[in-house]
Write a protein that binds this ligand. Structure first.
Ligand code: PEP
Length: 252
């Protein structure tokens, strides 16, 4: 049985005092939360320490929004998997659509990042998803298949529960439009098949989550009517009330 995962990606938001307030207020609202759901807060690098200070001693985990694949050296501006672990991170996102589309990250880079992070013992959320144009032209399954196959190629999967694939249609991120449970299910089925082909039985424990305009109003419909194992939450994760509500509803 796969435990649901709710991961809140705060993107490039939150000064130190704001991050502290949000993390504290969230914890107050869901004191006994992670019996039924894994919860990860994913703030910007600059406030990792602040959030860590608040969640220490709870079941809530800390994650980062990106990682580089090398261990150390002349890579100005990059952060290594070891540095993330050293900062208290247990999770990292790779291949978020904003990194792919705004910063030109390629499938090959996503693959290197995923491999480096897993090798370092981090849990990894690999994001994949199609643009509106790709969906409207019926190419979405082909696009997602390519993204998943490249990201997972040559991965040694020692601990399958450390790998999470987030299906995040680009047209649903920050737009208020979310995929229907059928659309999420359809892509989830494809990803499940690919992970099965690559990892065999181990793939059963790989979680496939959904991201794109998830809110307290749609989380139950999305999770309840599909086979997805949780959500990557952007905007709604910036408010303690909505994030707490999503976490609670995901476990019901
Ligand atoms: C995201 O950033 O991964 C995301 C899904 O954002 P939002 O929930 O705001 O659409």
């Amino acid at each position: 049985m796969r435990k649901p995962l709710i991961a809140a990606n705060w993107k490039m938001n939150m000064l130190r005092w704001e991050a502290e307030e949000l993390a504290r207020s969230f914890l107050e609202k869901v004191p006994d939360l992670t019996e039924y759901t894994d919860v990860v807060l994913i703030p910007p690098y600059t406030v990792l320490d602040v959030v860590k200070g608040v969640i220490d001693g709870t079941n809530v985990k800390l994650g980062a929004q990106n990682v580089f694949w090398e261990e150390k050296g002349a890579f100005t501006g990059e952060i290594s998997p070891g540095m993330l672990k050293d900062s208290g991170c247990e999770w990292v996102i790779v291949g978020h659509s904003e990194r792919r589309h705004v910063l030109g990250e390629t499938d090959d880079m996503v693959k290197k990042k995923a491999r480096a992070a897993l090798d370092y013992g981090l849990n990894v959320i690999v994001c994949v998803g199609e643009t509106l144009e790709e969906r409207e032209s019926g190419k979405h399954i082909k696009i997602i298949t390519g993204q998943v196959e490249i990201a997972l190629s040559d991965l040694e999967l020692e601990t399958p529960h450390s790998l999470v694939i987030a299906y995040e249609p680009v047209w649903a991120i920050g737009t208020g439009k979310h995929a229907t449970p059928d659309e999420a299910n359809d892509v989830q089925g494809t990803i499940r098949e690919i992970t099965g082909n690559i990892f065999g039985d181990k793939a059963t424990d790989v979680r496939i989550i959904y991201g794109g305009s998830v809110t307290p109003d749609n989380i139950k419909e999305l999770i309840g009517e599909s086979h997805i194992d949780g959500a990557l939450v952007g905007g709604a994760g910036l408010k303690a009330e909505s994030l707490a509500e999503i976490v609670k509803l995901s476990g019901e």
